[in-house]
Design a protein around this ligand. Structure first.
Ligand code: GLA
Length: 386
């Protein structure tokens, strides 16, 4: 379905989105139906007996299955240009694999998305040591991040919308972070099939927060092979180069003239083997792009991903300043996904809207500090088309 620009702007306005950055969108027309109530079913038990549930949501042609464990998006189905649905996210068909070996497939990430160098930071003159789980660094919240906890899930319908509120309370000192953090994440599917994530958190002591979602996309369908022919556009003129441990050096480097230039759509594979030192140490793309729009009041469209054979398009709007684009470099053929096929290197990619990695150790990066009395808020909207 190809929509004209007027329809797109109307859709974006209705979704409360600013239509800057990438201009034309691909949002679907509303179905006109009210949101259907999410349905719950058992999905297994953890070793300690805790029950895990799976919630199914459907709206505007998009189908989502969400686990109470990690708030994981297990499957997300959208139609291709002929109306044929496919699951376009990587995941497992059982709880045990998620617990034992998931590289954050589909999960909510917290308290801090991506890495903090040596797991250390100083806040108000006090040094904190976090759980270290990636060499000497702390990755995605430490050894037991928000992705490895069972969240309280509350379904809702609201006019044309259907969704889930997910709640998790991270106690003072968990994984080394100061302050008890109360987190609410809302997943909403609207009548146009857009998937919106609203993050909210409050704390009782000064702390740092950087929440994101770690969905791995393959718009040709999960398990169908490489994402190298996906065309990607990122509205960013700079990125944050890293050291060998993938910790930002602090520099904001221009993408112009480098493989990191995605300002115009290009296939992910085109410059993937360019041999740039930044790619060699990361085994591909695993970097934070500095979004040109910066931190914004409202979500703005910053990413467009298109798979040419199916015609499927994903657009992402966010109010966050950064985007981690990870080209699935650590997938090595040892994980078998929901459809029964193994994931090899580059069979899926992640696009994580967030604050920059290691921000607490870089005065020049936008702040990730949250203080008592303030509310952390962040929104990301995924629109689909074909
Ligand atoms: C993020 C990181 C990567 C990797 C993946 C999960 O994208 O930046 O380095 O850890 O998560 O494997």
């Amino acid at each position: 379905m190809e929509l004209n620009r007027r329809t797109v702007i109307a859709g974006a306005a209705a979704a409360g989105l600013a239509t800057t950055a990438l201009g034309t969108g691909t949002a679907r027309a509303s179905t006109g139906h009210g949101g259907r109530k999410p349905v719950r079913e058992p999905f297994g038990r953890l070793a300690d007996g805790t029950r895990v549930h799976r919630w199914s949501l459907e709206n505007g042609g998009t189908r989502l299955k969400v686990l109470s464990y990690g708030g994981i998006v297990q499957t997300l189905e959208i139609p291709d240009r002929h109306g044929r649905p496919a699951n376009v996210v990587a995941g497992f068909d059982n709880l045990d694999d998620y617990v034992a070996k998931s590289p954050y497939f589909g999960a909510l990430i917290g308290r801090y998305g991506n890495r903090i160098g040596k797991g250390r930071f100083t806040l108000d003159g006090k040094e904190y040591q976090l759980s270290v789980n990636d060499g000497v660094n702390s990755l995605h919240g430490g050894a037991k991040g928000f992705d490895k906890h069972v969240w309280d899930v509350e379904p809702f319908t609201d006019g044309p919308d259907a969704g889930l509120h997910l709640h998790y309370t991270s106690i003072d000192g968990e994984m080394g972070y100061p302050g008890t953090l109360r987190v609410r994440v809302t997943y909403t599917l609207n009548g146009r099939g857009e998937w919106r994530i609203d993050y909210e958190a409050t704390t009782d002591k000064p702390t740092i927060v950087n929440l994101t979602s770690h969905v791995y996309w393959n718009l040709a369908g999960e398990g169908s092979g490489s994402i190298e022919d996906h065309e990607l556009r990122i509205a960013a003129s700079r990125y944050t180069p890293t050291d060998a441990g993938l910790i930002p050096t602090g520099e904001l480097a221009a993408v112009a003239g480098t493989p990191f230039d995605f300002r115009h759509a290009k296939p992910v594979g085109r410059d993937l083997r360019a041999g740039h030192v930044q790619q060699v140490q990361a085994k591909g793309f695993d970097h934070n792009w500095v979004l040109d729009k910066g931190v914004t009041e409202r979500p703005e469209r910053v990413v467009r991903l298109r798979e040419p054979r199916s015609g499927r398009v994903l657009e992402i709007a966010t109010d966050q300043p950064g985007l981690q684009f990870y080209s699935g470099n650590f997938l090595d053929g040892t994980l078998v996904g929901t459809g029964g096929r193994a994931y090899r290197q580059g069979d899926a990619l992640a696009l994580e809207t967030q604050h920059f990695p290691d921000s607490p150790n870089h005065g020049g990066f936008p702040s990730t500090v949250l203080r008592p009395g303030a509310v952390y808020r962040s929104t990301t909207v995924h629109s689909f088309g074909a």
